[in-house]
Every structure is written in C-alpha cells, then in structure tokens.
Write a protein that binds this ligand. Structure first.
Ligand SMILES: [Mg+2]
Length: 117
C-alpha cells in the first residue's frame, strides 16, 4: 500500500506521518504541501490512500479531490480538516471522499479508518 499525506502545515504533515507509520510500518508515504502537488503525485505514483487537508494555498482540497479521483478512480481519500461544519462534510463526501475527520487526527483514529478502508 502507498500513502499520500497532503497538508500545507509541515507540523500537521509530520505528525500525521508519525501516527501513520505506527500502523503501516515501512510503507511508502508521499507528501504534498498543496492540492496541485498532490494531484501530480497521484498521477505519477498512484497512492492507494490519501489524507487530504482542505485549506491550502495554490489549490485547495475541494478542487484537488475530484482531480485525484479522475487520475486514479480507485483511490481512497480521507479528508482531515478543522472545518467540521456539516456543509463541509457533505461537500467532500459528495465529491467522492470516503471520510471527513476532524483535525488533528491521532493514531487511534488512523487505525480505525485504515481498518474500515
Ligand atoms: Mg491547511
């Protein structure tokens, strides 16, 4: 399995990767700092699971999400965002995300999600 962690905050990225590594060990984990980079990585490396922030410069998560699915229809996208309004949740699910989880995401939550995906 290959993973992609997308967040413009370095701290958020590294913290998520640290938690993810507890469960996936030496799996390949790519990083992107905005939606445009993420779409490029999806195109070139076809990760299986993406953790996606919404608010990012250059291209936000809402815009990147359908482009990722277009590049790699089997991809599973977990939106990790501080925006927990129903409207934001509904929007990302409608765009094709598997989950919308509140930021920050911890190791237990990651374990739970990986089990369901
Ligand atoms: Mg952000």
């Amino acid at each position: 399995m290959k993973y992609l962690v997308t967040d413009d905050s370095k701290l958020a990225r590294l913290s998520l990767i640290k938690s993810l590594k507890i469960h996936v060990g030496d799996a390949e984990i790519y990083q992107a700092t905005n939606g445009a980079e993420a779409v490029e990585i999806v195109k070139n490396n076809k990760p299986d699971i993406v953790f996606l922030d919404l608010t990012m410069p250059v291209m936000d998560g809402y815009e990147a999400l359908p482009l990722m699915i277009e590049e790699h229809p089997k991809i599973k996208v977990v939106v990790v965002s501080a925006d927990v309004q129903e409207q934001a949740k509904t929007r990302v699910i409608n765009l094709g995300a598997q989950f919308h989880v509140q930021k920050p995401i911890n190791s237990d939550k990651i374990k739970e999600i990986l089990k369901i995906l």
